[in-house]
Design a protein around this ligand. Structure first.
Ligand code: F0G
Length: 465
């Protein structure tokens, strides 16, 4: 079969800087082994996030020039409204500057202390925004999500039994809404099937609980549905998206992912009552109803990006590129979450570094080592991000210890990906030499952004084995 390359050509380039290993070691030390603290110009390939890092198209750049900067009633707002209505179908929408602002506006409006929000898996800002209201964020993803090498087409699915049991035990009055995150970022960018969303909606409807979709990567999720779910191969991704959202009462969206923009988001919903309340809050904390914390040009770029992200040649390339990277790692013997997700490859750090116990932060140690080896920036999704302390101060460890390679959209070629795979394979070959890290300072919430680390001494590391 003919191999198709990227369905775009490159009109503008941004040089990236190679550094020596010696330089990288001193950069790493200066940043206290936290890659969030390294200046981007010292990074060669940046896989920290696929969020807001996309390359915009010529049409989007042209749209920036045509953005209408009117304070109220901007033409660009109406174009965005049209796109949101067309694709998502909800009655109301408000633009926000990014996804977490939509989350904050929604949760601070509908949650009361002690309420519960079930989700297949909360993203970290989503969880933090629920907890900010003194409510409880419950992750109810199916158990198979926790087996990295287990292959299943829809490993992001909500566990329907757990969902119903939670409602019965806690009482529907304690659950003002349920969320489903597509794709399920925190367990590997794994998709959720339409069948699972429809069935979740059926359960929730029996108890009068609304369903909201965390829609950041909905286009990628819908492409997986087209590829993998029975009955969908002849449907367009747009039609699949329309069906998906028809089962929901609202959605929060970070357009920094499947909106193909560098900034932007929205909250869309059907309830007139909630809409009245969130409108007031939007004006208070983001801006007037027709710009919501964004410039008119940002609204314009988002309106165009939302359609571009549904282009099926683009999606085949996008999903194919992430898969391409995954396959190269698997061939090198590296254990990754299988099958490869939509936006990222997740390396299983526990099996990459079996000699480093979880308390010595194997995923963070691997993140640091990949930078040292080849200038890669990846992120830790393990104890640093999700580790909690109980009342006695003992650490509660997360199930998975992962390193995420989030691939920005339309930014890197497969040549870059070959280089990345080579770097990781080289580190894999000398993995016994890698030592753990310890935290020397941290903040009380979302500590992964600012924590400082130091390498464990060889002797101390040996004592841990
Ligand atoms: N929900 C999910 C599933 C996300 O992945 C993100 C962001 C958000 C909500 C929040 O959106 O950043 O626009 O405020 N994820 C980024 C990431 C940061 O790197 O995975 P935001």
């Amino acid at each position: 079969m003919l191999h198709f390359p990227e369905p775009f050509k490159i009109k503008m380039v941004e040089p990236i800087r190679k550094t020596s290993k010696g330089e990288r070691l001193s950069i790493l030390k200066k940043a206290s082994y936290n890659l969030f603290l390294i200046p981007a110009e010292d990074i060669f390939i940046d896989f920290l996030s696929d969020s807001g890092t996309s390359a915009m198209s010529d049409s989007q750049w042209a749209g920036l020039m045509q953005g209408d900067e009117s304070y109220a009633g901007s033409k660009s707002f109406y174009r965005l409204e049209q796109a949101v209505r067309d694709i998502f179908g909800f009655r109301h929408f408000i633009p926000t500057h990014q996804g977490r602002a939509a989350e904050h506006i929604l949760f601070s409006t509908v949650l009361r202390p002690g309420d519960i929000v079930p989700n297949n898996t909360h993203f970290d800002t989503t969880r933090a925004n629920v907890e900010l209201q003194d409510a409880i964020a419950l992750d109810l993803v199916e158990e198979k999500a926790f087996k990295p090498e287990y292959i299943h087409p829809f490993k992001g699915n909500m566990d329907l039994e757990k969902l119903e049991k939670t409602i019965q035990e806690k009482g529907p009055e304690k659950i003002p809404l349920c969320m489903i995150t597509v794709t399920n970022n925190s367990v590997g960018g794994q998709p959720v099937s339409i069948k699972n969303i429809r069935a979740s909606k059926e359960v929730l409807s029996r108890y009068g609980i609304p369903l909201f979709v965390d829609a950041c990567r909905y286009a990628e999720n819908c492409f997986f549905i087209k590829e993998r779910e029975q009955g969908y191969k002849d449907k367009s991704v747009l039609d699949i998206a329309k069906e998906l959202f028809s089962y929901a009462d609202g959605a929060t969206m970070s357009a920094k992912k499947d909106g193909l923009v560098n900034i932007g988001g929205f909250l869309a919903l059907n309830s007139d009552e909630i809409f009245e309340k969130v409108k007031q809050k939007l004006i208070l904390i983001e801006g007037f109803l027709t710009y919501g914390g964004l410039a008119g040009r940002d609204l314009e770029a988002m309106a165009r990006g939302l359609y571009e992200a549904l282009d099926e040649d683009y999606l085949a390339h996008r999903i194919g590129q992430v898969r391409y990277l995954g396959e190269r790692l698997i061939r090198g013997g590296v254990t990754i979450i299988q099958p490869p997700g939509g936006h990222a490859i997740f390396i299983d750090a526990k099996s990459f570094l079996p000699h480093i116990p979880q308390k010595d932060l194997p995923a963070q140690a691997l993140v640091a080592e990949l930078y040292l080896e080849g200038g890669l920036r990846t992120s830790e999704i393990g104890t640093v991000m999700f580790g909690k302390k109980d009342a006695t101060g003992a650490v509660i460890y997360p199930e998975l210890e992962l390193v995420r390679l989030a691939v920005p959209r339309r930014v890197y070629t497969n040549n870059h990906l070959d280089y990345v795979a080579q770097v990781i394979r080289q580190v894999y070959e000398r993995r016994e030499e890698i030592r753990g890290l310890r935290i020397i300072s941290e903040s009380p919430t979302l500590r992964h952004f600012t924590a400082r680390f130091e390498p464990l001494e060889a002797a101390a590391a040996a004592g841990n084995k």
